[in-house]
Write a protein that binds this ligand. Sequence first.
Ligand SMILES: [Zn+2]
Length: 344
Amino acid sequence: MRTLTLLILCALANLCAAAGEGQFRIYWIDVEGGAATLMVTPAGESILVDTGNPGVRDANRIVRVATQEANLRKIDHLITTHYHRDHFGGAALLSTLLPVGTVYDNGEFENMPDNPGKEYFGFACDRRVVLQPNDELQLKQHSGSPAVAIRCLGARQQFVSPGASDPRNTNVCAECVEKDRDGSDNANSIVTLISFGNFRFFDGGDLTWNQEMKLVCPNNLIGQVDVYQVTHHGLDSSNNPVVLKTIQPTVAIMNNGETKGCLPEVFANLRGTASIKHIYQMHKNLRPDGEVNNTDDHLIANHEGAKECKGEFILLTVAADSSSYSVSVPSQGTTNSYDTRPKS
Ligand SMILES: [Zn+2]
């Protein structure tokens, strides 16, 4: 009887694996107002962008999602967007819990405004690469699946050069206004564009307002996207509306904390972007302004304060042919489906 049950379970597991074959997945892991975005390609490779805060909580949450949800045994590629503790903080501890392949970051550069220290630069991994604009990660492709690509659009305030086909963005850029310069390492964030067939996902790390403008003015260097990870947790020193107007995402996913990010100006800009069908939040904004600056409850992964928070994740699954994708908030039983939009 036990053998039979095991056989049935194995058959079901194989069926489930077959049903998921060829999909591209993205998990937004809750690191309480930091960033940890985990992608798994149809070839089974994993790419983690940022590792949350120092301490066991965030490293353990990353390991839990990676091993139990995504069935991973290794982080093949780790990108650290910049040297703030809510982005690089979990990396060293994570490397002791799961093997790490290639680490991509800004390296050590002249006049670094923030330094992650020896522990970060010394943790065990297969190799380290300093990313330059226009670099592409060397990813395995899965036969029969659309191509997967991760391209660096910007690093250390340098951006890709416009190509012959990158359109001028004159009308939108005329509205541009600058904000006070941000001298911290946010401005040096590594910016990536992830593509899987027709699907596009933009992750700008914590890139700040005046740098964001360079990605879309005078030329649109990003193109149009399906999914926008709300930059800098939804803080208003980032999320320049010229970016939203240019890249016209369908879905916005904000890795905010219970009181961090999700600021009124950003929320209003997201709400005012006609292309956006749904805004998802990692956390309910529990500040007094939360009443008006929160998306619908069923699109929010975590509703409690940090102390009671269970660290629920958000999952995006792109269909094997890249024609559509779904976003799930498992803690709320929510799943919404979208067609991949045609890109101009
Ligand atoms: Zn941050």
